[in-house]
Design a protein around this ligand. Structure first.
Ligand code: UDX
Length: 432
């Protein structure tokens, strides 16, 4: 099927490349001319394992094309996926400007029946809004469906090609059948619901996962007080099939382009509908507090923060990505530099992205040991597997007294680290 994907961010590019891989003829559209020029040469603007290979293969096979003009390519397509950004506004609501602009352009140029697919995470009711925008300029037949994406950064290609479920929200049989045809090559559970329910499934899923994280972080904080180990507690809880082991990893809180934005947006959706979503408010509050705990622990163990050399390992919001959006690590660094600390840092992939969004005062290194040398405290802020394999005996020698090690991701064995001599603090692993 001839398909257009508008937006070449994480979701758009992965969806476009993977839709080509499962047999469709795809054109990815973006208004960013430089990005499209680079993509045409096979250069991927993001670090995402496996994506580059799929893009190159599909481009070589002629199944994946790129364009800067939706208008030029619209006629041939049967379905247009909208996968543009819906960033968080200052008030926590989702900013729908980019979605609205694409809808307007579709309305002005569409000539026959097409299915417009909302893949961006949008508030309930946006499907209707997009329908109205298109109908202002086009009176013919078309359908707007919701097909939320659940892919995670770092394993996006696999998540797209082997999803737990495919959610299709359509209010007409014609649109639903076309969507089922698109996804026919993917033999995974498909659920067809109304547009509104599909929109809600995405928010509810992300909010639930964020709730799991904030919940285990609260348990971790109690574990610290009573002397229990949250890693053992999470393992014990996760063995109950009704709970499951995933998203029970305590740490410095969730970040990224989705959870903070979507949880805030759902809170706003509830608020504007006159509903007080108490649980969700607490989830947000706990997540903010969790980042600050690192600062509290440093203050306690170093006596003061001002002028103290502190090394932060990890800048990405999680491992296997170069994405620093809403990263807890970046947030912690900003707070520490604000308090006058002298920060050195290392990340295997995300340093360049972090440099773009951070003011001066932070020293970036290409080698973890160089970054650590001379610091009084080391904070592990991202769960990169390579941080687990570092030589901690050597690190102990590189650190200055009091040799504090704050393991914000519970990557290391507390007993081993304490045996080496570190003032080790994990998250919910019992008091020092
Ligand atoms: C998330 C959703 O998982 C995905 O379905 C949706 O499409 C987009 O948002 P992503 O943001 O890529 O994906 O990352 P994810 O792996 O879900 O992690 C989100 C954040 O939660 C990270 O900061 C991670 O470090 C944190 N996290 C995750 C925890 O702190 N503990 C956990 O147990 C799991």
């Amino acid at each position: 099927m001839n398909i257009i994907v508008v937006g070449t961010g994480y979701v758009g590019l992965v969806a476009g490349a993977c839709l080509a891989k499962i047999g469709h003829q795809v054109t990815c559209v973006d208004i960013d001319k430089k990005k499209i020029a680079r993509l045409k040469q096979g250069q991927i603007p993001i670090y995402e394992p496996g994506l580059s290979d799929v893009v190159k293969e599909e481009v070589a096979a002629g199944k994946l094309l790129f364009s800067t003009s939706l208008k030029d390519v619209l006629a041939k397509a049967k379905a247009i996926f909208i996968a543009v950004g819906t960033p968080m506004r200052r008030d926590g609501k989702a900013d729908l400007q980019q979605v609205e602009t694409v809808a307007k352009e579709i309305g002005k140029n569409i000539k026959d029946y097409k299915v417009i697919v909302n893949k961006s995470t949008v508030p309930v009711g946006t499907g209707q809004e997009v329908t109205e925008i298109i109908a202002q300029d086009y009176q013919g037949d078309f359908d707007v469906v919701s097909n939320p994406e659940f892919l995670r950064e770092g394993c996006a290609v696999k998540d797209f090609l082997e999803p737990d479920r495919i959610v299709i929200g359509a209010n007409s049989n014609r649109a639903r059948d076309l969507m089922l045809e698109i996804y026919e090559p993917l033999d995974f559970k498909k659920i067809t619901v109304s547009v509104e329910s599909a929109e809600m499934i995405k928010y509810a899923s992300n909010a639930f996962l964020a709730t799991k994280i904030s919940f285990i972080n609260e348990i971790a904080n109690i574990c610290d007080i009573v002397g229990a180990d949250v890693e053992d507690v999470a393992r014990g809880m996760g063995l109950d099939n009704r709970i499951g082991p995933k998203f029970l990893k305590a740490g410095i809180g969730y970040g990224g382009s989705c959870f903070p934005k979507d949880v805030n947006a759902l809170n706003q959706i509830a608020g504007t509908s006159g509903y007080d979503f108490k649980l969700l408010k607490a989830v947000i509050e706990v997540n903010i507090k969790q980042r600050l705990l690192v600062i509290d622990k440093l203050e306690e163990l170093l006596d003061k923060i001002k002028d103290e050399p502190i090394c932060i390992l990890g800048l990405a919001f999680k491992a296997n990505t170069d994405d620093v959006r809403e990263s807890a690590a970046v947030d912690i660094i900003r707070t520490l530099t604000g308090l006058g600390a002298s920060i050195s840092t290392y990340d295997p992939e995300a340093a360049e992205q972090a440099k773009n969004i951070m003011n001066g005062g932070v020293k970036f290194f290409d080698d973890p040991y160089e970054a650590i040398k001379g610091a009084k405290a080391l904070v592990i802020a991202t769960e990169w597997p390579e941080f687990e394999k570092l030589d901690y005996k050597k690190i102990f020698g590189l650190l200055e007294d009091p040799k504090v090690l704050i393991d914000g991701r519970n990557l290391l064995d507390p007993d081993e680290m304490r045996k080496l001599g570190f003032k080790y603090v994990g998250v919910g692993r019992g008091k020092l």
